[in-house]
Design a protein around this ligand. Structure first.
Ligand code: PLP
Length: 400
């Protein structure tokens, strides 16, 4: 038997709660509105491009930091949407999803003692990312109802040890789209303290009610201190392809490419080829994407509202946070975990407990998150089940 201890890092974080909810959904035959992956087909044109690439024998390793034509497509799209010229030869690294991208970036820039600022609630990967990379996280609260932050609290989180701040806009789990004013406040602090902005912009095209995506890289003075992490998963509904990319200033990008190379060698070559087709789709693709998600959002918002789940209306991304406090109080349910277990088992809908987005579980005890990146019929079926919620909850008599 092997008796030496495993890495001290592994016990510091738990298995992903979101992926656990997916397993519970399968076990109980529930409709899975927990994990953010579409249950509808990927665009035909992309599936064909991927199949064509495989048949054309684009089947061996691509250049480790990304196939040249894919990097060129990324540079073109960045110029088109953000108005920023990035050098495909020196400022782009293609990786296995933005998940790898975020870790590559942190591994490339973090030294012992470095701090990284994270807004809370946060996308659950950022916690483990800081542990794996050896960064010390510092949390700044996004507060309901509008998920705004307190500028003084943010300013107090910066110090000489701060190496980076992670900004996810549009935001998972809150649906917040950071405003220009907010981003400028962050940018001023980044410049004052010589800090990198690492921005997760994976939901950049999923916006509602006229919300505008502003990438911090476009703000004055931020071009040289912003690292953009992005990918194909959400914009093109291909979460299983695992193709992401990083835009970073030349000096830092060299270090990022090394981390990436020795971690995964490269992203799937035929899917990068298909990515060149995806990233060159016309603007109408993106407006249709947003329009489709607006319809889905509205269907789920109405269902959640009717069920008494008090949804927060998202401005972007494809999640809805709900305040479950009134229902929990009424019914004697203790917290988000108890509520989501009841929901998945007795109502047949899977959601994510809010505590998985906070470092202190109690901070998320009144929140749960649903996703609506699902077929209209899936959402209609979920709405039907949610309509039975109050009745089921009443019949269970949690109050003993
Ligand atoms: C904010 C955020 N970043 C990154 C990811 C993962 O993206 P990828 O599939 O590119 O690794 C997700 C997935 O849910 C996400 O919500």
């Amino acid at each position: 038997m092997f008796n030496k201890p495993i890495s001290y890092k592994a016990p510091q974080f738990t298995e992903s709660v979101i992926r656990e909810m997916t397993r519970l959904a399968i076990q109980h035959g529930a409709i899975n509105l927990s994990q953010g992956f579409p249950d509808f087909p990927a665009p035909e044109i992309l599936k064909k491009a991927a199949a064509d690439a495989i048949f054309a024998d684009v089947n061996q390793y691509a250049i480790t930091w990304g196939a040249k034509n894919f990097r060129e497509a990324i540079a073109e799209k960045t110029k088109h949407f953000l108005g920023i010229a990035v050098d495909p030869e020196r400022e782009i690294t293609v990786c296995c999803g933005s998940t790898e991208g975020m870790l590559d970036v942190l591994l490339a820039v973090i030294n012992p003692g470095d701090e990284v600022i994270v807004f809370e609630p946060f996308y659950e990967n950022y916690g483990p990312d800081t542990i794996i990379s050896g960064a010390t996280p510092r949390y700044v609260q996004l507060r309901a109802l509008d998920w705004s932050f307190d500028e003084a609290e943010l300013a107090a989180a910066f110090n000489n040890n701060t190496k980076a701040i992670i900004i996810n806009t549009p935001n998972n789990p809150t649906g917040k789209v950071f405003s220009r004013q907010e981003l400028e406040a962050i940018a001023r602090l980044c410049m004052k303290w010589d800090v990198l902005a690492v921005t997760d912009e994976i939901y950049e095209h999923i916006l509602y009610d006229g919300a505008e995506h502003i990438s911090p890289i476009t703000l004055e003075g931020m071009r040289e201190r912003t690292i953009v992490v992005n990918g194909m998963s959400k914009t093109y509904s291909v979460t299983g392809w695992r193709v992401g990319y990083i835009l970073a200033p030349v000096g830092i990008n060299g270090a990022i490419r090394k981390m990436h190379d020795f971690m995964t060698v490269g992203a799937p070559a035929p899917l990068q080829e298909a990515g060149t087709v995806a990233l060159r789709l016309p603007d109408s693709y993106y407006s249709e994407l947003a329009a489709h998600y607006t319809e889905r959002r509205d269907v789920l918002l109405a269902a959640l509202d009717a069920a008494g789940l008090q949804p927060f209306v998202p401005g972007g991304a494809y999640y809805i946070m709900c305040n479950i406090r009134p229902l929990c109080e009424q019914q004697g349910l203790a917290n988000d975990v108890e509520f989501t277990r009841f929901l998945v088992k007795d109502v047949g809908v899977a959601a994510v407990p809010g505590s998985s987005f906070f470092r202190e579980p109690s901070a998320g005890k009144d929140l749960i998150r649903f996703t609506f990146c699902k077929k209209p019929e899936t959402l209609a079926a979920a709405a039907g089940r949610l309509a039975t919620l109050r009745q089921t909850i009443g019949a269970k008599q949690f109050r003993g």
